[in-house]
Ligand binder design. Structure first.
Ligand code: GRF
Length: 218
């Protein structure tokens, strides 16, 4: 394990976040940029990948962020993989967990270990086009003929893509859009929204009332 350099530490005493990834890690990069720019007071204490070959791991290593690879199918049960994830996150003393392009469905053991402390970014305006990883939600939006789609940052509960919504932003669908162009424009908005949601949760300003998250509206 290595230590994050000071320019990514987010300042002394900044809360640690754990980021779970499976792929390219552009949302991880957006979090790191927000920290470097001073827009987000936090530090990435650990990156956990569900795949050993995820490019996101290289991004983390380039910033000297500790990484762990936990491949769920290498465990006999999903709960065992979940227990390994919980142990790693606890060891890193994270205040918050962020799913940033994390593919596996998180086991209940992880959700229960961090109640209202796990965030996910999803590339649609939930509850529309829930489930599935990019580019499925974007392809479904395009095929459905909606004129607006977007992205959602929400708390993770045991039901997939159904937790209380923290922030959403709309992206218009253009006549000329392909799944790729639409996904690219949604991604730009994700990169703004995810660090903003992390900051809101860490600030303690939010209150969850049933399905509603209060205190985060502009
Ligand atoms: C994003 O579109 C995110 O909404 C979805 O998976 C994609 C991850 O992209 N859950 P990246 O790995 O952060 O670049």
């Amino acid at each position: 394990m290595t230590t994050a350099p000071s320019h990514f530490s987010g300042g002394a005493g900044a809360p640690a976040i754990g980021v779970l990834v499976s792929g390219r890690g552009s949302n991880l990069a957006a979090i790191l940029h927000a920290i470097t720019d001073g827009a987000l007071r936090a530090r990435v204490g650990l990156v956990i990948s569900s795949r050993a070959d995820a490019p996101a791991l290289e991004r983390a290593a380039a910033h000297n962020i500790p990484t762990a690879v936990i491949v769920p199918r290498q465990y006999s049960t999903r709960a065992e993989a979940g227990a390994a994830i919980v142990a790693a996150l606890r060891q890193a003393e994270v205040a918050l967990v962020v799913l940033a392009g994390y593919k596996p469905i998180l086991d209940a053991v992880v959700v229960q270990a961090f109640p209202q402390r796990i965030l996910n970014v999803h590339p649609s305006l939930l509850p529309a086009f829930a489930g599935g990883m990019a580019p499925r939600p974007q392809a479904e939006a395009l095929a459905s003929g909606v004129k607006l789609t977007g992205c959602t940052v929400h708390f993770v509960t045991e039901e997939v893509d159904a937790g209380p919504i923290i922030l959403q932003a709309a992206v218009p669908v253009r006549d000329t859009d392909t799944v790729e162009t639409l996904a690219d424009r949604i991604l730009e908005v994700e990169h703004r929204l995810l660090p903003q949601a992390i900051g809101l949760v860490l600030s303690g300003a939010l209150r969850v009332d049933g399905r509603r998250v209060l205190g985060g509206a502009p």
